[in-house]
Design a protein around this ligand. Sequence first.
Ligand code: EPZ
Length: 421
Amino acid sequence: MSALLIEGGKRLHGAVKVHGAKNSVLPILAAAILGRGESVIHNCPALSDVTASVAILEHLGCRVRTEGDTLWVDASQLVRSDVPDALMREMRSSVIFLGAVLARTGEAEMSFPGGCELGPRPIDLHLAALRRLGAEVAERAGALCCTAVGLTGCDIVLSLPSVGATENAMLAATGAEGVTTITNAAREPEIVDLQNFLRSMGARVRGAGSSVITVEGGRPLHGGEHTVIGDRIVAATYLSAAAAAGGEAELTGVDYRHLSTVIAVLSEAGCAIRSTPERICIRADRPLRGVRPVRTAPYPGFPTDAQAPVMAALCTAEGTSVFVENIFESRYRHVDELCRMGADIRVEGRVAVVCGGKKLHGAAVKAADLRGAAALVVAALGARGRSTVTGLAHADRGYQDLAGDLRALGAEITRTEERET
Ligand code: EPZ
């Protein structure tokens, strides 16, 4: 089992370029299916979720090749319209392929994406949007079978600004005759990135980043070309690492405006953060201070994905901080492991109280989900002594080279690849 070995308690000092955004490239890879030609995607991160998406594209009949961080997807010929169960199990967010496959082929089949470590992950809003566009959606024996003789543009209103449902509706709407409006759409930067990729394919999409997105569908699309935005959650993780360990770090490759709520919280905790369009510089002289309650919310609110790493940094603060996780039901699975490192955190339902003033010490800890893995690494950097972090398959879904990037920031961290026994 592979593990990260971390010698904590040392201040950071270094610079790193943040890789492309996982939550942007995944819907963009699905969107590539819509183009009757070859798409080129730059700044594509090397993540296990990207590998899983490429496997789905090749299963469907696309030809994919990679050179460095550029991916070519030729979707001229599709031969299938189903996502195999094994691939769905590997990555539940494969549900994002539903709208694109349906728009391109008129049908789509995949096993029902189950819940995940974060709790139940319903897709009722995705299915309601597809039905509004005219798709027949049958749920048979754990499988989703969608057919559409033709999709027709319409007005879709989402009861909550779901990122995935917004993306599925956008992708399906490109294949619908006429105009579709998506109201109460998610406003995340990754939605804007998807719109920009779709536009490069000849699609007429506007409004991404606002609550109302309009798609003029029914036009055949060609291959597009796009450079994926930097990953704002990876950037939030690295800022949290500098805050926890103390020292200074310079991040490039990401738009600071995409993580302004995270920057505000870390600044309130006592970090000095300067941002320009090119870089984010953080200086953290310990000890951090406790902050006012951090409530996760849809963008532009505080991102749920940053809750765990920022909480880890605040475990080292002198004062107490409170988190309220409003998006997912089970997103405090990193708390027990942080407490093994000496943190004092009390969880009551959606509320976590992080009592400050504790000195963290190294420990052997295991990650239970993607951002929880990041949180354990952040805490280990701020802890005195050696830590071992396992459960790295979770981290590999969203961090291209966590150890390498943190070493570039001056951390003493190595990854051991012990063979599975
Ligand atoms: C996306 O997940 C991200 N994943 C998540 O990132 C992120 O945490 C989440 O958005 C919120 O920002 C990708 O983009 C691949 P949602 P998604 O639909 O689309 C409920 C990470 O760490 N809901 O916005 O699944 C749902 O239960 C991952 O990178 C319904 O009720 O999130 C949740 O409570 C984790 N019905 C809330 O909406 C639906 O049909 C937000 O979910 C869909 C969602």
